[in-house]
Design a protein around this ligand. Structure first.
Ligand SMILES: *Cc1c(COP(=O)(O)O)cnc(C)c1O
Length: 362
């Protein structure tokens, strides 16, 4: 077997080795068809089976809640920043946004181009190092939806309890933590996620939506930007990102083999604890960026005593085979993205490196 990197990339990110190997085995000849899955018609029975399997696996892992549709779209989560307000922010309504960090701000920017918005809660004053308090939101009656970012990939914060919004649809950008733990889809009107962090390769965006919310898009909207085009056509209105959907299906099979979302969550908690404990027990040599109660189990952000030391850490870790530990260029510091597919052994290797680095430089 070839050597695998200790991959802490933020996205595109690590995929399960078992999935890559399975895909490799079927790459040239998919199940005796004499073709790669990439070479066949998206209208044929062979691809359609994969497509439908991936969609039903997504809902099955969430306990098959009733009345939800699965969409496989393109344009990334960034296109959903626009499609959500285009489809759901109708005249006379205002969309509520939780202003929790870099990604929330991008979502807000797009929504403002479409219609009225308001900030329902913000942690801007805490420099987004905590999730805003979502326990007592005051949402006006004409709120079209409340948008949250379940995990702020850049700052390393995560929502640990989603707000109850009653009749107001809750919309979540779950790009960087979807399926890292179980969640109750019934609480949400719509959930979206670019696949490239926890679900598969880049190029596919998964949308899980309550059918009644997305079946009547405003009539003026272009065909491709309407949710109802894609719900009416099982995400096969135009050519879907077929290889990406195939990979998602394989990743979902792998999640099932891990003990489904409960099993994955338990492993994620063990991985995150190992890393956060190493930070917390370093006597201040490493400092976690996020507020303890808002810490993400997917993106662990931390700092060292000086930017110089951080640079040295980044450089030496790279030499030792660790990939992707530099923090996002907008916030600096260091970040280890420990998505579902990053094995415990990678985090163990990282914490060993961190302890060693501290001994040398502490
Ligand atoms: C990565 C990310 C995005 C952007 O996804 P694209 O697929 O690149 O558009 C949006 N939101 C969150 C929370 C992310 O982590």
């Amino acid at each position: 077997m070839s050597k695998r990197a200790y991959n802490f990339n933020a996205g595109p990110a690590a995929l399960p080795l078992e999935v890559l190997e399975r895909a490799q085995a079927e790459f040239v000849d998919y199940q005796g068809t004499g073709m790669s899955i990439m070479e066949m018609s998206h209208r044929g029975a062979v691809y359609e089976k994969v497509h439908n399997e991936a969609a039903s696996r997504l809902l099955n892992l969430l306990g098959n809640p009733e009345g939800y549709k699965v969409l496989f779209l393109q344009g990334g989560a960034s296109t959903q920043f626009a499609m959500v307000p285009m489809n759901l922010l109708t005249a006379g309504k205002s969309a509520g946004y939780v202003k929790s960090g870099s990604w929330a701000n991008k979502a807000i920017k797009e929504a403002k181009l479409i219609g009225d918005t308001f900030v329902a809660a913000s942690s801007e004053e805490q420099k987004y190092l905590a999730m805003p308090d979502l326990s007592q939101l005051d949402l006006p009656e004409n709120t079209a939806y409340l948008h949250v970012t379940s995990n702020e990939t850049i700052e390393g914060t995560q929502i640990h309890k989603f707000p109850s919004t009653g009749n107001i649809p809750l919309v979540a950008d779950m790009s960087s933590d979807i399926f890292c733990r179980p969640f109750d889809l019934n609480q949400f009107g719509l959930v979206y996620a670019g696949a490239q962090k926890n679900l598969g390769p880049s190029g596919v965006t998964v949308v899980l939506a309550r059918e009644e919310l997305v079946q009547n898009s405003p009539s003026h909207l272009s065909t491709m930007l309407r949710y109802d085009t894609h719900t009416d056509n099982n995400s096969l209105y135009n050519t879907p990102p077929s290889f990406g959907v195939y990979m998602i299906n394989e990743v979902l099979k792998w999640i099932e083999e891990q003990g489904s979302l409960q099993g994955v969550e338990q492993k994620n908690n063990e991985k995150a604890s190992l890393l956060y404990n190493t930070i917390d027990q370093s006597g201040g040599f490493y400092r976690g960026c996020a507020d303890v109660n808002s810490r993400s189990i997917m993106n662990v952000t931390f700092r060292l005593g000086s930017e110089e030391l951080e640079k040295q850490f980044a450089k030496e870790s790279e030499q030792e085979g660790f990939v992707g530990l530099k923090g996002h260029r907008s916030v600096g510091g260091l970040r280890a993205s420990i998505y579902n597919a990053v094995p415990y052994s990678s985090i163990k290797a990282l914490t060993d490196f961190m302890n060693h680095f501290q001994q040398k430089n502490g």
